[in-house]
Write a protein that binds this ligand. Structure first.
Ligand SMILES: NC(=O)c1ccc[n+]([C@@H]2O[C@H](COP(=O)([O-])OP(=O)(O)OC[C@H]3O[C@@H](n4cnc5c(N)ncnc54)[C@H](O)[C@@H]3O)[C@@H](O)[C@H]2O)c1
Length: 436
């Protein structure tokens, strides 16, 4: 029998114990008093134990990657100064009012580019990233150093860490949040589904909770994904199309994010803009994406797999160059209205938007491989297989007319030009890493 089984479950149960006639005797009264005292002690210690256990379980995970210190230890005067300095603004060359922006996922691929572009034009930027091990954390650390040279500090921490987020909002009155932290990747969801729920659902809610309580409330721009179009066959994909057939858990969590964004906009007056990115690529890219690992494997002489659809066509993607996506993100920030609430209370209707950010020119993956072969000056060893049903869709194609009208978004980089930039970066980066 466990301790819990032998002790009362609630104080009420302990008090309401009935007296029997012999219990009126002083001996029994004394015995009963002692036994009650013992029960009370046992009960209180198990209660305290349970509270302690609850805090241990619910406390945010500390990050100890590469012997790096956890945020709990980092938070101090020096930490505050670092955050404040990073959030300092300058007069913007374009005459715009400088923003103070929290960029989550700033050590990630898109986050690094967005944080840099904001800093370069005069905005104050603070980055946040968990530096998780989904792909090589050394690449994330290198991006962090790259941003540090530009004056952007990327704090190591999790978006699920409410205390840390509140502290950041205490130190800096962020006008905007660019939320890019997420568990990305479609296939990995079959291996580690929990990481998608933790970062893309629970983490997003935690961030929105802190944003809604902040005074002033920031306006939020966040990354959804083209994957919400799932198994749709009508092309190009328009924001007006249905998005209730996700083909992967990743897509389902992004779709959930869009529903969650609606709720926080509706109840708390948060201004929220969701951006559905279409296969973003470029320098400092993501090693789990095909263009990246194809490059690595082609250089190694390793065979690569190209998938084809049930109709025998190569899978196609609306590849979008990182600089075009960054322009779209900045335009979304500049056109975002202020949130209408403050301190957790809505004061009026707030802006809620969703935009496709794609290139509108889908390219078959077989063509991507030819472009890489040209730039790398190496022939690839290829095998062609039918697309497995592991979450990937057969094609993506964005209709960007809404982003064109509302954000002035006009992608300009084609796949040949963009891949040349990527290959140049890849060869330099890995050559330098080898020498160091
Ligand atoms: N790159 C694309 O083609 C693409 C396409 C569609 C959508 N997106 C979305 O754009 C955003 C950025 O993507 P990316 O390509 O830069 O991916 P990325 O993996 O390079 O960047 C995401 C970053 O978030 C961090 N992160 C993950 N969980 C976190 C958490 N709980 N707390 C703090 N940090 C956390 C990771 O460490 C990583 O550095 C993501 O939301 C992604 O889902 C990307």
């Amino acid at each position: 029998m466990s301790l819990i089984d032998t002790t009362p479950s609630t104080p009420g149960k302990f008090k309401s114990e009935k007296c029997t006639p012999y219990s009126a005797h002083p001996f029994y009264r004394n015995l009963r008093f002692q036994s009650s005292l013992l029960k009370l002690t046992v009960w209180s210690s198990s209660f305290l134990g349970l509270i302690l256990l609850f805090f241990l379980i619910s406390s945010p995970p500390s990050s100890h990657h590469h012997g790096r210190r956890s945020t709990e230890i980092d938070v101090g005067t020096k930490w505050e100064t670092k955050v404040r300095t990073s959030a300092e603004t300058r007069a913007r060359a374009d005459g715009g009012k400088p923003l103070r922006v929290l960029v989550t996922g700033a050590a990630g691929f898109v986050g690094t580019h967005v944080a840099l572009a904001l800093k370069l034009r005069g905005d104050g930027v603070v980055g946040l990233d968990s530096f998780n091990h989904y792909y090589d954390p050394e690449l994330k650390i290198a991006r962090q150093k790259f941003l540090a040279n530009a004056g952007v500090c990327v704090i190591e921490g999790d978006i699920n860490d409410e205390k840390l987020l509140k502290r950041l909002f205490d130190v800096v009155h962020f006008t905007h949040v660019v939320h890019l932290a997420a568990q990305a990747g479609v296939r990995y969801a079959m291996e580690n589904p929990g990481s998608y729920v933790k970062s893309n659902v629970a983490g997003f809610v935690n961030l929105l909770e802190v944003c809604k309580s902040a005074d002033p409330q920031p306006a939020i721009v966040w990354a959804s994904s083209s994957s919400v179009y799932g198994t749709n066959t009508k092309v190009p994909f328009s924001e007006k199309d249905r998005t209730d057939h996700p083909a992967s858990l990743y897509a389902a969590t992004k779709k959930a994010g869009e529903a969650i964004a609606h709720t926080y906009n509706h109840i708390y007056g948060l201004s929220i803009t969701g951006l559905r990115f279409f296969t973003v690529y470029g320098p400092w890219g993501r090693p789990d994406m095909a263009y990246f690992f194809f490059t690595k494997d082609i250089l190694k002489g390793k065979e690569i797999t190209i998938y084809e659809t049930s109709r025998g066509e190569s899978v196609a993607r609306d590849f979008t160059y990182i600089d075009d996506v960054v322009k779209g993100c900045l335009a979304a920030l500049d056109t975002a209205n202020k949130s209408t609430g403050s301190g957790g209370k809505k004061r009026g209707p707030a802006q809620l938007r969703i935009f496709n950010l794609g290139n509108t020119k889908p390219v078959p993956v077989s063509r991507l491989v030819s472009i890489l072969e040209e730039h790398l000056k190496v022939n690839a060893r290829k095998k062609v297989l039918p697309l497995p049903s592991n979450g990937d869709v057969e094609f993506t194609h964005a209709n960007i007319s809404l982003a064109q009208t509302e954000l002035g978004y006009r992608p300009t980089i084609d796949l040949e030009t963009g891949m040349k930039q990527f290959v140049w970066w890849y060869l330099n980066y890995y050559d330098r890493s080898r020498k160091n």
